[in-house]
Design a protein around this ligand. Structure first.
Ligand code: FS2
Ligand code: SF4
Length: 541
């Protein structure tokens, strides 16, 4: 196996024996093969000039397939194999449209058994592209597409689609099979991936807000009640909504974990009396927090950490693109309905959660809410009481070096505001950093996809201050990344024209030195240094 798609990749260069995430060799290879068959389908779509609107089953299975391969989403070898077989079936049926066209191996290969699947995966994994710069650019596009697919998948669950996004996914995956593309062509494709990343995040924002209302300032309880309860993690709000409906009046409470915290900010979700609060911190804390939670856990997406004991594994359920061997996967019916009764029945037999902290955290500062406070914010900037905004969105992770972000937040001058989204916030959202004239110093917009909100806010401020370049705003970007949704967020920000983004705790292992050089030269991308040096640098820019 070879995988270098996330920030925790072994030695910063690639996992070759087993993933640091816990992914084994078979799962890694099957994921590679799933991507390969997706490329083959894309080639057929592009070469046959198919009408993307007319192939909805393929569109939907395509985004599900990409999502399945995201870091920490699906460790279930059988589920991935089934998806490969399903995609090959769809591909073969669809290929009739392309009769007479010259197609590559990805569009025609067949598998006979598990061994042939693994062999095919080995031949077509990441390292099958020899040139390290071409490989780096192609993989960056693929990872961006994975993030884009995840956001598009959630929007689809709410009934919102943008056919153009599917069309671009096919275009980009088909291009990756084309060996005649130069590094310049692939740089252009990378930026175009960012353009479609903006569309995907806008689509999800529209889907979420049209269904659940605009996020509003909300104080979220981090303590517990005395009822048995279910913990829900991941990013899918439709799963949460269905779970809240099904647990109503059952005596079972629902708590959010990690990236599900921002669900509390939506009027149509926070109205549920059985949505009690948020339990614990970011994803990797699940190792201890699931023990003390005592009840069942539903993963609607990543990030899953392989459970340490059978007792914990038996309490984990998955849905959507997520999966873990030995855990019950809740399937949806043809109307998108999921029956969560096995989880509810288990919860009734479990002890209530053990309290691990008390108090509240405040969030809900997505674009609509912040723009409602725009006068106050603009006044504070003009009067000098706010000197700078720091976008610290992105992901959290296990590495000790991420303590940097807690220290950075603590040491920032008191006249600065942190704009955050994603699970990165758990490094500093319980620090009580105070407020500036009633504006909290940490403004949480939501999940990682809500980084879009931060871009909307910045674009609005640019307009209000009458600036010609968004980079003239008093905003600095110090982003923490971990998996591929952060890749699409980064590419989207670059497409929107934001420069000098600092990325940490380490630069991606998938960037070859030459590709990293292009990002530095064209966009001012940089890593992180010491907290003091970085604060000085940012404050004096
Ligand atoms: Fe955090 Fe994991 Fe949000 Fe990522 S919970 S790193 O999935 O997409 O961010
Ligand atoms: Fe390694 Fe990350 Fe790939 Fe897992 S997802 S195998 S940790 S690079």
């Amino acid at each position: 196996m070879f995988c270098y798609q996330c920030q925790e990749t072994a030695k910063g260069t690639g996992c070759e024996v087993r993933g640091v995430c816990g992914k084994n060799e078979e799962v890694a290879k099957f994921q590679d093969l799933l991507i390969y068959v997706c490329k083959g389908i894309s080639e057929i779509v592009i070469k046959s000039k198919a009408d993307v609107k007319s192939i909805s089953e393929i569109n939907h299975q395509m985004i599900k397939s990409l999502f399945i391969t995201i870091t920490n989403a699906n460790f279930d070898e059988n589920a991935i194999k089934d998806q490969i077989i399903k995609m090959i079936g769809l591909r073969n049926e669809f290929r009739e449209q392309a009769a007479g066209l010259k197609l590559s191996d990805a569009a025609v290969f067949e598998i006979t058994d598990e061994v042939s699947m693994l062999d095919k995966a080995t031949e077509n994994g990441v390292l099958s592209t020899d040139n390290e710069d071409i490989r780096s650019l192609k993989e960056m596009v693929t990872y961006g597409l994975k993030g884009m697919a995840a956001y598009t998948y959630h929007a689809l669950n709410i009934g919102k689609e943008n056919i153009e996004i599917y069309g671009f996914i096919y275009e980009a995956l088909a291009a990756e099979l084309d060996d005649s593309l130069s590094a310049d062509d692939l740089v252009a494709l990378t930026l175009k991936t960012g353009e479609f990343g903006v569309k995907a995040m806008a689509l999800l924002d529209e889907a979420n807000t049209s269904r659940y209302g605009n996020p509003e300032i909300t104080s979220v309880n981090i303590g517990v009640r005395s009822n048995p309860a279910i913990l829900i993690s991941g990013h899918d709000l439709t799963d949460l909504e269905q779970l809240l409906e099904q647990t109503k009046d059952t005596g079972v409470d629902v708590y959010t974990h990690s990236e599900m915290l921002p669900a509390h900010y939506y009027p149509e979700l926070k109205k549920y009396e059985n949505l009690v609060g948020n339990y614990g911190g970011s994803w990797w804390n699940q190792i201890t927090e699931f023990e003390t939670f005592n009840g069942p856990v539903l993963f609607t997406t990543n990030c899953i950490v392989p459970p340490k004991s059978e007792e914990i594994r038996a309490r984990i359920f998955t849905s959507g693109a997520a999966g873990y061997p030995g855990c019950i996967h809740i399937e949806e019916d043809e109307n998108g309905k999921k029956d969560f009764s096995p989880i509810i029945e288990m919860a009734k037999k479990c002890k209530p959660p053990t309290e691990i902290e008390t108090g509240n955290i405040v969030g809900g500062f997505a674009h609509n809410q912040v723009l409602a406070l725009a006068d106050k914010v603009v006044e504070a900037v003009k009067s000098g009481s706010i000197k700078k905004f720091f976008v610290m969105a992105g992901c959290d992770g296990r590495m000790k070096s991420r303590e940097y972000y807690t220290e950075f937040a603590e040491k920032l001058p008191k006249d600065t505001i942190i704009l955050t989204a994603g699970c990165a916030k758990f490094r500093y959202n319980k620090l009580n950093l105070g407020d500036i004239g009633g504006i909290p110093r940490v403004l949480d917009a939501g999940q990682c996809n809500d980084s879009y909100s931060l871009a909307v806010i910045a674009m609005k401020l640019k307009e209000v201050f009458g600036l010609s370049d968004i980079n003239e705003l008093p905003i600095a970007f110090n982003i923490a990344w971990y998996e591929q949704k952060a890749v699409i967020v980064l590419l989207a920000l670059l497409y929107l024209g934001f420069k000098n983004i600092h990325l940490g705790p380490t630069l991606p292992g998938f960037l070859s030195p030459a590709v990293a050089g292009v990002l530095v030269e064209k966009f001012g991308i940089a890593g992180i240094g010491s907290v003091e040096d970085d604060i000085n640098l940012f404050m004096n820019k």
